[in-house]
Write a protein that binds this ligand. Structure first.
Ligand code: ZN
Length: 239
């Protein structure tokens, strides 16, 4: 029986490492999710900056069309100015021309303001695109790093699986499946030492009868609270 406990403890050492590595294997790719999210967010920022730039460019085209229309109108009225017959008509037409010229100045001012805004929006768009490239480079670096780490984990897992297969034939099928059931429920920790009179897993104080049974090593004894298999660790117990 004490041989069986020793075998199970060896198995537990391998299994604890297997559980730890499998957890890592699952969690590693999650770190990439964050970097992927940053790329997606930055791409959205860049798209928004591009949309703002395009909207300003459309506005500028509209203003230039307006300007051309107003200028054509002034030219037309100036040509008509020589054909008017009365002073009253002349004054009215001159007034109309002045109105158009005032409108033209306003449009020209807004075009100048738009050119500034377009410059600024174009700079902002370029900066956002550079940030996209940066985030993408970071993501690629992290992807390469995680891939390398996962490769290492894969190799370690293969080695541990081999070690496990060398030990499991030494344990009876029923005992092995009982151990594995506890191992899975308790996430990789099925064998725990007795620490004084307490379970080394859940720290519950064990009844005296359970403690002596663990010391007797005549059968496998489990903690009444967490169901883990208890053993005496000679290194930590001196009785
Ligand atoms: Zn326990």
């Amino acid at each position: 029986m004490s041989d069986l406990i020793e075998t199970l403890r060896r198995l537990q050492t391998v299994d604890a490492e297997l559980f730890r590595l499998r957890r890592e294997q699952q969690q590693k790719p999650l770190a990439l999710e964050h970097a992927r999210q940053l790329v997606a967010e930055q791409q959205a920022n860049a798209q928004a900056a591009e949309a703002r730039l395009k909207a300003l460019q459309v506005e500028r085209k509209q203003k230039e069309l307006e300007l051309a229309t107003q200028e054509a109108e002034v030219k037309k009225l100036q040509a008509q100015l020589f054909q008017v017959k009365t002073n009253k008509e002349y004054t009215a037409m001159q007034h109309e021309i002045d109105q158009h010229k005032a409108d033209i100045s306003l449009i020209e001012e807004s075009i100048i303001a738009l050119l500034d805004a377009i410059d600024q929006a174009a700079r902002e768009h370029r900066a956002q695109m550079e940030r996209v490239a940066q985030e993408q480079a970071t993501l690629r670096e992290e992807e390469a790093k995680v891939a390398k780490e996962l490769e290492g984990i894969g190799r370690q897992l293969a080695t541990l699986e081999q070690q496990r297969q060398a030990v499991t034939p030494m344990v009876q099928r029923d005992t092995l499946s009982a151990y594995e059931r506890i191992l899975n429920i308790r996430e990789g920790l099925a064998m725990v030492p007795l620490v004084k009179e307490s379970c080394g897993g859940c720290h519950m104080v064990q009844p005296p009868q359970v403690v002596s049974e663990v010391w007797l090593k005549a059968k496998l004894v489990t903690c009444e609270s967490c169901n883990r298999i208890l053993y005496v660790d000679d290194a930590t117990n001196d009785r």
